[in-house]
Design a protein around this ligand. Structure first.
Ligand SMILES: Nc1ncnc2c1ncn2[C@@H]1O[C@H](COP(=O)(O)OP(=O)(O)OP(=O)(O)O)[C@@H](O)[C@H]1O
Length: 700
């Protein structure tokens, strides 16, 4: 049997040997030729330009210089001991410093010899210094380097053994000489032609050693496409399979009540986005296949009315609908919101939460069972306790982040006829790119438009010192008949401290607004007290609502025009956006004021700046993704987003779109990959399944 070249042990590569091999094994997990080739550079540096010492400026991220080492000496003692060398060209002198690993540098550094050095300059007084520069001795044989230089991850332990980034690059060059011709193609020929992709071998070669920025881009483009294409083939195949063995769904085609409601009671014209989403959902509901759809809509985009319309589709066909929300406050809000519409056309609706009274509950149970009650809104109580429906046709779940798949599934069992249709609603926009990859099992609808006449919320950042002026502004707004929120974060380890912060804030607000009725809502209150306070605010009896983040999602008081967020730097972007979404829900100009301390971390500053810059939930979700990475977003683990090698899901949405469309088309045309031109895909998939690596190493 011919041994796979790429499985050859790394110690057999020229220039490696047992010692380096062991370092490569332990430090980087590189055991074979294939592993090394897959250790791609994490960036490239432009080494076309040589600077002179006199040209260096502080803001240069990196400089490359050529000159001589004229002196070296040790400075300091003990742990602070460092090696310092003077580097000189004909325009000036620069200091090179090593804090660690000096002994091997000291040994190799030749006084009087010429070096090309590369590193980040730092200014100390009038002089520049570079710590831990990359160094290359210039000899008669050394060829002038230049162009784009690969930079590889290595470790401190590897550097003294000649395995710094430059050393790894040298090994890659050696390996590529033999490997290049052996690298097989992993995408069908026609796809390469269609999308103008370079071959696998060239892509791998250029990803390590590009000729110029263009070839680097070509290489990365092709490799990104490949990894996303194979990932999408998997995700989409699973989804399509689910669709074919999909559970039968009840057919909800008749819509008389919905038509009446639409013509006579709809309080406003639906936005085009709402209309589109309603059509998509109606398409599912009458298809005979159980719907599993994610409805994404930015805060205030009008998801509630869409949910209600969908409920009517189901009521018109003798089924019941339920809506689940993550908190009692939210469930109650939804209940009131839906009831307003339901009352207009005489549809029965009830609320069921943990604090519903036993008697109430008994009636609800009975009426759900005999079908008298058509819509039920509630919290977990809906699935946790014994609730039986006569025929549950639709389940709307708000804020899917807080309900797991298991809970969704539990609901499915609650029906006597067929599985209910499921509509998951979220106001936390997941960047489109992620939704595409992560929610393989859900179809996605997006409300990407706000109702007409909404004025963009004005967002400002203020520091603690401006608080009195902020209070002054709230007074003005209240004098104009508006209401305001003041929100405190849950930040401390201890609930006690959070509570104290909130209470301190509440007291100071009471002092600042002595004649104004104020509500307070926090997690320690009993549900009914919370509800009572909320209702006072909703009715306009109180003018200011002081709260912790319990009001984060879903609260709808269109008359509120000011949202003040205390310690705003402590909140995540998604949460800030949610909170801001509590205002700007009516026609009046609304404001969001972010108050923070003077000193902000880099991330904190970025978050507040992003909030001030944009009101768009999708942009904010993208910024959040950049900041936190996809790892923090639910579902990313299973979908393989985290194992992507070349793709940055927050930036490469175009390639993802292309990969997805290509995979989708291919699966429609040749679901089992039986065509001869697709054998290459089958082989690669089998290889990936077996080796569990992302891409190219099936190469033999
Ligand atoms: N097409 C529309 N035209 C005018 N107003 C609308 C329209 N759709 C919804 N609204 C109103 O906009 C407000 C926000 O709607 P809704 O509460 O449904 O938002 P949402 O998408 O659930 O947002 P959130 O997730 O922030 O709660 C409500 O007062 C609602 O009556």
């Amino acid at each position: 049997m011919v041994k796979n070249f790429f499985d050859t042990k790394i110690e057999f590569l020229k220039g490696v040997g047992p010692q380096k091999a062991s370092l490569l094994n332990t430090e980087l997990g590189i055991f074979t030729f294939g592993d090394l080739l897959e250790h791609f550079p994490f960036r490239h540096e432009d080494r076309t330009k040589f600077y002179r010492v006199s040209e260096i400026q502080e803001h240069f991220p990196y400089v490359q210089l050529k000159g001589r080492i004229v002196k070296k000496q040790y400075i300091g003692e003990g742990r602070g001991k460092r090696l310092s060398a003077q580097f000189q060209d004909d325009t000036g002198v620069l200091e090179l410093v090593w804090f660690k690993g000096h002994s091997w540098i000291d040994k190799s550094l030749q006084i009087g010899a010429t070096y090309v050095i590369f590193g980040k300059p730092q200014r100390f007084g009038f002089k520049f210094s570079i710590s831990h520069p990359e160094m290359e001795l210039v000899t008669a044989e050394s060829k002038p380097q230049g162009g784009l230089f690969p930079v590889y991850h290595t470790s401190e332990k590897m550097k003294p053994k000649g395995l710094d980034s430059r050393g790894v690059a040298k090994l890659q060059r050696t390996l590529l000489k033999d490997a290049f011709a052996k690298i097989e193609e992993t995408l069908p020929e026609y796809l390469l032609k269609q999308h103008n992709f370079i071959s696998k071998a060239y892509a791998v070669g250029y990803a390590h050693f590009p000729k110029d920025p263009q070839t680097l881009e070509q290489a990365l483009n092709r490799l990104k496409f490949e990894e996303l294409f194979y990932m999408q083939l998997k995700v989409l195949a699973q989804k399509k399979q689910q669709h074919t063995k999909q559970f039968a769904g009840q057919v909800f085609a008749k819509i008389p009540t919905l038509n009446t409601f639409y013509k006579e009671h709809l309080p406003f014209d639906l936005t085009n986005a709402q209309k589109r989403v309603v059509r998509e959902i109606y398409g599912d509901m009458k298809s005979g296949i159980q719907m599993n759809r994610l409805l994404q809509g930015d805060v205030g985009s009008g998801k509630t009315i869409v949910a209600f319309i969908c409920m009517l589709m189901c009521l018109d066909n003798d089924a019941q609908a339920c809506m689940m929300a993550p908190t009692e406050i939210l469930a109650t809000q939804h209940y009131h919101g839906l009831k307003e519409h339901a009352d207009k056309i005489g549809v029965s609706i009830a609320l069921l939460t943990g604090s519903s009274k036993t008697k109430e509950r008994r009636i609800i149970d009975e009426e759900l069972r005999n079908g008298k009650l058509k819509i039920i809104v509630g919290t977990h109580a809906l699935i946790e306790e014994k609730v039986d429906f006569q025929n549950l046709g639709l389940c709307v779940i708000d804020e899917q982040h807080r309900f797991g798949v298991a809970q969704r599934a539990a609901l499915w069992k609650k029906t006597s006829k067929a599985y209910p249709h499921i509509l998951v609603m979220t106001a936390t926009p997941i960047p489109r790119t992620l939704a595409m990859t992560v929610y393989g099992d859900l179809d996605v609808s997006v409300i990407d438009e706000l109702p007409a006449g909404r004025k963009p919320i004005v967002t400002q950042h203020r520091t603690d010192a401006n608080r009195l002026r902020v209070f002054g502004f709230i007074k003005e707004q209240i004098a104009e008949g508006r209401q305001a929120y003041v929100v405190y974060p849950l930040i401390e380890e201890s609930e006690k401290l959070d509570y104290k912060n909130l209470m301190d804030g509440y007291e100071s607000i009471c002092r600042a607004f002595p004649k104004i009725p104020i509500s307070i809502v926090h997690g320690r209150m009993k549900a009914e007290d919370k509800e009572w306070e909320m209702q006072r605010f909703v009715k306009g009896e109180t003018k200011i609502m002081v709260a912790t983040t319990v009001i984060e999602v879903g609260v709808n008081v269109p008359n509120s025009t000011v949202m003040v967020i205390e310690n705003a730097e402590k909140f995540g972007l998604a949460q800030l956006h949610q909170l801001r979404g509590r205002v700007g829900r009516g026609g009046s100009q609304s404001y969001c004021i972010l108050i923070s301390g003077d000193k902000l971390s880099k991330d904190g500053k970025f978050r507040l700046e992003t909030m001030v810059r944009t009101n768009n939930g999708f942009e904010i979700a993208d910024a959040d993704l950049k900041l936190r990475g996809p790892g923090d977003i639910e579902g990313t683990q299973q979908s393989g987003v985290l194992s992507l090698k070349f793709t940055d899901i927050s930036k490469d949405s175009q390639v993802l779109q292309l990969a997805r469309e290509t995979a989708d088309k291919l699966l429609d045309e040749d679901p089992k990959m039986e065509k001869s031109e697709h054998s290459i895909i089958r082989t690669q998939q089998a290889f990936m399944a077996q080796k569990k690596t992302t891409n190219w190493s099936r190469i033999s």
